[in-house]
Write a protein that binds this ligand. Structure first.
Ligand SMILES: CC(C)(COP(=O)(O)OP(=O)(O)OC[C@H]1O[C@@H](n2cnc3c(N)ncnc32)[C@H](O)[C@@H]1OP(=O)(O)O)[C@@H](O)C(=O)NCCC(=O)NCCS
Length: 310
């Protein structure tokens, strides 16, 4: 039997096989999955994923055994490629991830492009894979959970601000994109959003707005799940930060969702964002797990690839 690996672009018809791949990997790597078919469809629709244009799959004997999710993110001024590789447990240590990796590295040209990947310390194979290539850990994403919201001190600015769920999300997309692009500019995971892309993202989320004198000062995007909820993003206009708005906005959202032990709220925050970590702790969030963000330039990875595996 021909046991060679074929790497090809993702197709729409791969969706069921991708869901099956995640469910197998989740038995070995907790929190990597599982995912549902609708969740996969939604993930592909995110503006940065462009329908999975740069995604690749690995096939062995006609069976899908590996997936590389990859997207080029506009950091405003420079780009960064995000990569995540998953191989079914029974097909590991046979060069599948390596073949996917080579194919993704061939998408771009130029040595300076930064390549990023997220790996949990609970996934030993993933940690071994990234260290084999000399990726450097640049930060961690801290997963935090709140089961009992704590009321923040109400500052004057926060008392004057009005907080409400946005009805017409396309009407505020440009203001939200502007706040996102300025507030997250120095974040390692930053991606620049045009007003049109933000409008698309907002139609998939529940959108909460803090405004002062009719002007949007901050926003919070949430994603309700069956027995829990996620805060996907919170940002306050940098010119209006440090006045208690962010805390009051998040507290409002937590109480509106009746967050409790039976219905917790989750969010991810960067380990390099002490201000946000402090605010979330104050609101009752507690750290639960971390995922490490690794980075290396394309040139460094190609050199490491040749040194180690040729
Ligand atoms: C990490 C993962 C993608 C590797 O897939 P794979 O097809 O087994 O990887 P490869 O066979 O191409 O391995 C390439 C090299 O990585 C290193 N490596 C991979 N898995 C390893 C392990 N379990 N222990 C030690 N080294 C390992 C080795 O250097 C290996 O080369 P070698 O086998 O010649 O020694 C797979 O284990 C996986 O899906 N893990 C869960 C998801 C994850 O952590 N992804 C990482 C994000 S990029």
């Amino acid at each position: 039997m021909d046991d060679s690996i074929t790497i090809r672009p993702l197709r729409e018809t791969d969706a069921d096989a991708v869901v099956a791949l995640y469910s197998k990997a989740a038995t070995v790597e907790p929190r990597l999955g599982p995912i549902t078919l609708p969740q996969w469809g939604q993930f592909l629709k995110l503006p940065q994923n462009r329908g999975g244009r740069d995604f690749r799959v690995a096939e062995r004997n006609g069976r899908l055994v590996g997936l590389a999710e990859s997207s080029l993110r506009d950091h405003g001024g420079h780009h960064c490629r995000f990569l995540k590789i998953v191989v079914v447990p029974e097909a590991r240590r046979r060069g599948t991830a390596l073949a996917l990796f080579d194919d993704v590295l061939a998408i771009d040209a130029g040595d300076d492009l930064a390549i990023q990947t997220l790996v949990s310390p609970d996934w030993p194979a993933g940690m071994a894979f990234v260290s084999a290539f000399g990726f450097a850990r640049i930060e961690s994403e801290i997963g935090m959970k709140c089961v009992e919201p704590l009321q923040p001190a109400r500052t004057l600015a926060a008392a004057r601000a009005s907080i409400e769920r946005a009805g017409d999300v396309t009407a505020c997309a440009a203001e939200i994109a502007h706040i996102h692009n300025t507030a997250y500019a120095s974040d390692a995971a930053f991606r620049l959003y045009s007003p049109e892309e933000m409008a698309q993202l907002l139609t998939e989320s529940e959108v909460w707005i803090a405004s002062e004198d009719g002007q949007v000062s901050g926003f919070c995007l949430t994603e309700p799940e069956q027995n829990s909820m996620w805060i996907e993003s919170v940002a306050v206009d940098p010119a209006r930060q440090g006045r208690g708005l962010g805390q009051v906005l998040v507290y409002h959202v937590l109480t509106a969702h009746e967050v409790s032990v039976e219905h917790p709220c989750w969010l991810n925050v960067s380990s390099r964002n002490p201000a946000a970590l402090k605010i979330y702790r104050r609101l009752g969030f507690r750290p639960q797990h971390e995922t490490c963000r690794f980075s290396a330039t394309r040139g460094e990875l190609i050199a490491a690839r040749h040194r180690r595996f040729n």
